[in-house]
Write a protein that binds this ligand. Structure first.
Ligand code: EPZ
Length: 427
């Protein structure tokens, strides 16, 4: 397994390109299942999860063609064609490795009238059930049966009726699944307390371009009028707001100055508001964002929340940055029950963090010290990279396969802006 070595202390400066959003790509790709025509996605990030999703689509009978990507380019163009589905099952060995595989459930029922998907099981950050996915699909006409760790969903008569569902709590994935199922239903559907993340806006925009009829896009109430068929489309994946926020924290903790190239600021106000409150200077330059920090960082009180609140996917990265703030920060993780796996690893680097249930108190220290640390999940691994960039000495981050799921060519991007970072294989 690869490790990443960082020798801390360099200020980051220069231009850093932001890739297409992982969490948009993973809900845009399954849309291709909804039509027999080709769907072309541009600015698709070069990530392990995107590759895994492509393999899953191949197993369902889709062709996936990568076009015109020179090795030095960030992002790729992929054309997916589900001319004829040869399977409607997402097997356990794929779903357990990548939970987002369950996002084939909605489109398969929508297109084929049936789907069999393995229950995902838990993951490092929490139990992560899919009960809301199933309840929402039932509300628009799906019949479900559970057996041997799988859920088999069918549409009576081969087509969903449509219906109304109010989510008891906000769920990004469940909103995505029910929207992708409802667009081909016989009747209309109304989804209340829907998630409003920008990735869901991206999903709805692609579906509308494919001929779907959706209103209320970007709000918590989506009205969907079922149509008989959808056609192909070409669509550009939105910039990754979490990657952008992650590198902004890296610039801030090193006292550097980074120009993030190709961001969508309107997607990340909660992140930029928190950075400004911490004393970071931001300057909007068209589609780019200049992030610089010269003075000491200020402590923050932050609580994660569904969009447009402070993103849970930014909690670990901010925690790393706040380890060196001048005072005590209080972070509260309201979305997942176990998203503090980075805390003991940061503590090994000298951070002073106390966790009480869902709340973490981060007391700023003078410095961090490089150490061998272990990545446990995607965003936790980024927090260790951020800490390593400023720590005295060398930090070795192991199990970097977590990083490769969500950060395209991280060490290349960071080396290009002054980080002393390299990837070493274990041979
Ligand atoms: C998506 O996960 C993202 N993943 C996550 O990003 C992100 O952290 C999360 O949304 C919240 O923003 C992708 O988009 C691929 P949820 P998802 O359903 O859809 C509970 C990253 O680092 N819940 O909004 O799985 C659930 O346990 C990843 O990029 C149920 O109880 O998140 C959690 O506590 C990590 N039942 C809460 O809701 C359900 O049926 C929010 O989960 C579904 C969810």
């Amino acid at each position: 397994m690869d490790r990443i070595l960082i020798r801390g202390g360099n200020r980051l400066s220069g231009r850093l390109p932001i890739s297409g959003a992982k969490n948009a790509a993973l809900t845009l790709m399954p849309c291709a299942l909804l039509t027999e025509e080709p769907v072309t996605l541009r600015n698709l990030p070069r990530l392990a999860d995107v590759d895994s999703f492509g393999h899953l689509l191949n197993q369902l009978g889709c062709s996936t063609r990568i076009e015109g990507a020179r090795p030095e380019d960030f992002g790729r163009v992929m054309t997916i064609r589900a001319g004829k589905l040869t399977a409607t099952e997402a097997p356990y060995d794929i779903v357990r490795k990548m939970r987002a595989s369950i996002l084939v459930l909605g489109p398969l029922i929508g297109r084929a009238g049936e789907a069999t998907v393995s229950l995902p099981g838990g993951c490092a950050i929490g139990n992560r059930p899919i009960d809301l996915h199933l309840k929402a699909l039932e509300a628009i006409g799906a019949k479900l049966e559970m057996a041997a760790g799988y859920v088999k969903a069918t549409a009576p008569g081969g087509r969903l009726s449509g219906g109304k569902y109010t989510f008891p709590i906000v769920s990004v994935g469940a909103t995505e699944n029910v929207v992708m199922a409802a667009v081909l239903a016989k009747g209309g559907s109304r989804i209340e307390n829907a998630a409003r993340e920008p990735e869901i806006v991206d999903l709805c925009n692609l579906l509308v371009q494919m001929g779907a009829r959706i209103s209320g896009i970007g709000t918590e109430t989506l009205e969907i009028e079922g149509v008989d068929r959808l056609h192909g489309a070409t669509y550009r994946v939105m910039p990754d707001r979490i990657e952008a926020g992650s590198y902004a924290c890296a610039a801030a903790i090193t006292g550097g100055s980074l120009e993030l190239v190709g961001v969508k600021l309107s997607d990340m106000h909660a992140t930029t508001d928190a950075l400004i409150a911490a004393g970071v200077t931001l300057e909007e330059r068209g589609d780019n964002l200049l992030v610089s920090a010269s003075g000491p960082l200020q402590p923050l009180t932050l609580s994660t929340a569904p969009y447009p609140g402070f993103a849970t996917d930014m909690q670990a990265q901010f925690m790393a940055m706040l380890c060196l703030a001048q005072g005590a920060s209080v972070l509260t993780e309201t979305i997942f029950e176990n998203r503090y796996m980075h805390v003991p690893e940061l503590a090994r680097m000298g951070a002073n963090i106390e966790v009480h249930g869902r709340t973490a108190v981060v007391r700023g220290v003078e410095r961090l010290t490089g150490a061998p640390v272990m990545a446990t999940d995607l965003r936790a691994s980024m927090s260790l990279i951020i800490a390593g960039l400023v720590a005295d000495g060398e930090t070795q981050v192991s199990r970097v396969y977590h990083l490769d799921r969500g950060y395209e060519r991280l060490e290349e991007k960071l080396s290009a802006v002054g980080a002393d970072i390299e990837r070493v294989g274990d041979g």
